[in-house]
Design a protein around this ligand. Sequence first.
Ligand SMILES: [Zn+2]
Length: 227
Amino acid sequence: MNWHELLFGDKSVSFLLEIALRAVIMFLLIFLGLRVAGRRGVSQLSIFELLIIISLGSAAGDPMIYKDIGILNSLVAFAVVFFVYWLITKLIENSDKIEDLLEGEPMYIIRDGKVSKEALKNKVLAGDEFFASLRFHSFSHMGQVKAAILETSGEVSILPFKDDEVKPGLPVWPDLLHNKYKVMPADGVYACYKCGSTKQIAKNEMAKCSVCKNNDDWVEAISEVKK
Ligand SMILES: [Zn+2]
């Protein structure tokens, strides 16, 4: 058995230093990528858990199947990834500013029953995931929601209106949500398909949403209270 190849692959000992540097660079690059990609799709897993899994995934697997990669090569990458992770958690523990920068801040999606500016800007409602969260918590329309916050974990925390405060709102269940109108079939309160803001519109009228600006698809608002 060739011990040098088992431990170092076909590289020299000094290559371990280069691996340490590569691991730091890759860890930071992946972190930046995940941070830019945003929180969506990362829910359930914190960004750091995901980061560790991605960073270590290849380092753990490659020496198992590639002859030219030694076990020590991987071990150095492991050690460095855990060291950078430890360093970042220490930084986060010691500074709220660094915590916000690295983990992101919770973001209001709904504030006082209205879509927040941040949510409009980040197109949070455009994705169906927010509606899925509302359905999961047995909400049937947006008028039942006083406030909703997208947590840094990717999960949505929701504060309901009291029964007597519920307003007409955009339904979040697909059967009703997909009944869109450009020309209204009757007088009534309609909700913007894109942002959920509501408006009284007369029969046979058309309207543009004044909140999100470029939408003319409307859905009949419903006003039932949360069960
Ligand atoms: Zn709108």
